[in-house]
Design a protein around this ligand. Sequence first.
Ligand code: ADE
Length: 237
Amino acid sequence: MHIDIITVVPGLLEGPFAHSILKRAEDKGLASIRVINLRDYSTSKQKQVDDYAFGGGAGMVMSIEPIARCIEALQKERTYDEIIYMTPDGERFDQPMANALSLNQNLLILCGHYKGVDERVRERFITKEISIGDYVLSGGELAAAVVADALIRLIPGVLNDETSALTDSFQDGLLAPPVYTRPADYDGMKVPEVLLSGHEAKINEWRFEASVRRTQERRPDLLSDKQTGESDAESYK
Ligand code: ADE
């Protein structure tokens, strides 16, 4: 998968992609991310990419011309499956959306700033608008990093244990069960006996039940439209 990210603050995206699984995915050749500075597509001396809003009001609006020049130049290099605009008024990002987007080959992500982009950018170029939650960030960069991380870790081979993304919270509509490692007894706090039993079917059953319980307690909204059946314990293998 290749992800191009257009931003006016490229420095904000240097950190997340230099570390952890994103770096490993790049090193393994499974994913590549390129950060593009929108100011490189400005024709003004000051590298301006925004202007006052027609009709007045506080805040600047990102102009269509540099964005159009940038996207059209990038489209000469590749065909994008989606051109995504990060914005608080977009569709809410969740695991099913991450799963679907992770199947794409080429994505372009435009990060908004100031009061956002001229509406005509959205009409002309954008195929998908994503919000990572009901709060306003100072720009779309951190939101783009969140989306890129969620997608890239789903690419087969990126995680060491290939099955581990499948047992994440939300993958089956449930929160993940509690996990434990050594020691089996920490200051009287004991790991549930069943996890030490080596009995795979019983462990899967315990994990499924713990998952349902945790979801009921913390996120009952996830259960409201889901039927939970015995067979779901299979997914905790
Ligand atoms: N840009 C600013 N806030 C955002 C949000 N919540 N999601 C996506 N992009 C944003």
